[in-house]
Ligand binder design. Structure first.
Ligand code: V47
Ligand code: SF4
Length: 359
């Protein structure tokens, strides 16, 4: 029989918990007990250090052929609010970011029906020329697969060409919930969960580090979340290529997903972050993406196993188009203050988690 005591003994002994045990924790109301275990698991890995980076998001286009039901960011070509940035503008934003002290640009966007793969290659090359010290973290597995489809190139070739153009690593988007039963409800046009994992596996094999996200707080069950994390944990055992796990709290406004609930509760946010810290024993970092969580829950999560607050971001569209109440950006000083007030040590990092400076 599964008991909290058994799970606690495992965490104290640094042993892996089972998926059934993770599900048991999701069904428990002992938030503080779960948080304490997650804090312990995190302390063993990261001590008191909490990472952040100075970065800027650039979304080259919101035009997307997929139109996932949950996504308030995307538009159909020609629709009101549809946009595509010119190469010059992408470069200008990257250059400005570097001048302002950023070490990373985070680039993701829609699957545009008319933009050629070469546009993206050119964008990376141009950024590398104008802002040579910026690490380019770009393109979800969903975009990589789309590039392969529109060019007829194999996934490995797409990745190799992008690396040659300046790609440094990949973000963790597009994972949503990997189980097919949920995917058909929330993103029927998107690549399957199996294909997402396959592309990430290939990215890891060519040497790219990636993150992994999980979109929660919509139609999924606790069992779907656990299955999602189980698939990630298995792939991580195989490749070791994941850096951070990032649960993304669903923002409900302007979405075609009509739900009875208004997204995840604060309690669910903290429980989900904490259980992921306990369950994903082979992930070094759990990231609280403050854009979706709000600054307050993100700060409190530092006592619930989280050791990364993402970055300054500068301009965020995906969550804010869906009604996120957080600011568009946080200053470096603001992030440092959040971390310090939680009794932790702020560590500015680069994209690959090399420490730049302790505060
Ligand atoms: O895949 C879309 C999500 C993701 C909504 O790797 C939404 O460091 C909540 O992946 N409410 C893209 N989430 C963003 C992403 C990301 C963000 C920050 C850091 C990293 C990283 C990755 O945004 C999509 C989707 O899961 N998303 N709409 C929404 N309404
Ligand atoms: Fe397109 Fe991504 Fe939005 Fe889906 S989540 S509609 S793939 S931009």
């Amino acid at each position: 029989m599964i008991t909290f005591k058994n799970i606690s003994e495992k965490v104290h002994a640094s042993q892996r918990i089972t998926s059934d045990e993770a599900l048991f924790l999701f069904n428990s109301n002992d938030l503080l007990g779960i948080g304490e275990l997650a804090a312990l698991a995190n302390e063993k890995k990261n001590g008191k250090n909490v990472y952040f980076n100075v970065n800027r998001h650039i979304n080259p286009t919101n035009v997307c052929v997929n139109r996932c039901a949950f996504c308030a960011f995307s538009r159909t070509a020609g629709e009101d609010g549809a946009y595509t940035l010119a190469l010059d503008e992408i470069c200008r934003r990257a250059h400005e970011a570097e001048e302002d002290g950023a070490t990373e640009v985070h680039i993701v966007g829609g699957l545009h029906p008319d933009l050629a793969f070469e546009f993206y290659e050119e964008a990376l090359k141009a950024i590398r020329n104008t802002a040579p010290n910026l690490h380019i973290k770009a393109f979800t597995a969903v975009e990589i697969e789309y590039f392969s489809r529109i060019t007829g190139l194999a996934i490995q070739q797409v990745l190799e060409r992008l690396i040659k153009a300046g790609l440094g690593s990949m973000p963790g988007g597009g994972a949503e919930i990997l189980g097919e039963a949920v995917r058909v409800k929330i993103c029927p046009e998107k690549i399957s969960g199996e294909r997402w994992l396959e592309i990430i596996r290939l990215a890891h094999l060519v040497g790219l580090k990636t993150n992994a996200t999980m979109l929660y707080g919509h139609v999924e069950s606790a069992a779907d979340r656990v299955e999602h994390m189980e698939l990630l944990r298995s792939l991580q055992d195989e490749t070791g290529g994941f850096q951070a796990f990032i649960p993304l709290a669903f923002q409900t406004e302007n979405s075609d997903l009509k739900l009875d609930i208004k997204g995840a509760s604060g309690l669910d946010d903290l429980k989900t972050l904490a259980i992921s810290r306990i369950y994903l024993d082979n992930f070094d970092h759990i990231k609280a993406y403050w854009i979706m969580l709000g600054e307050k829950i993100a700060q409190v999560s530092l006592a619930f196993g989280v050791n990364d607050l993402d970055g300054t971001v500068i301009e965020e569209k995906i969550g804010h188009d869906a009604g996120a109440k957080s600011p568009q950006s946080l200053s470096k000083e603001g992030i440092i203050r959040l971390i310090r007030k939680a009794g932790k040590i702020p560590v500015e990092r680069d994209t690959l988690y090399n420490p730049i400076r302790n505060y």
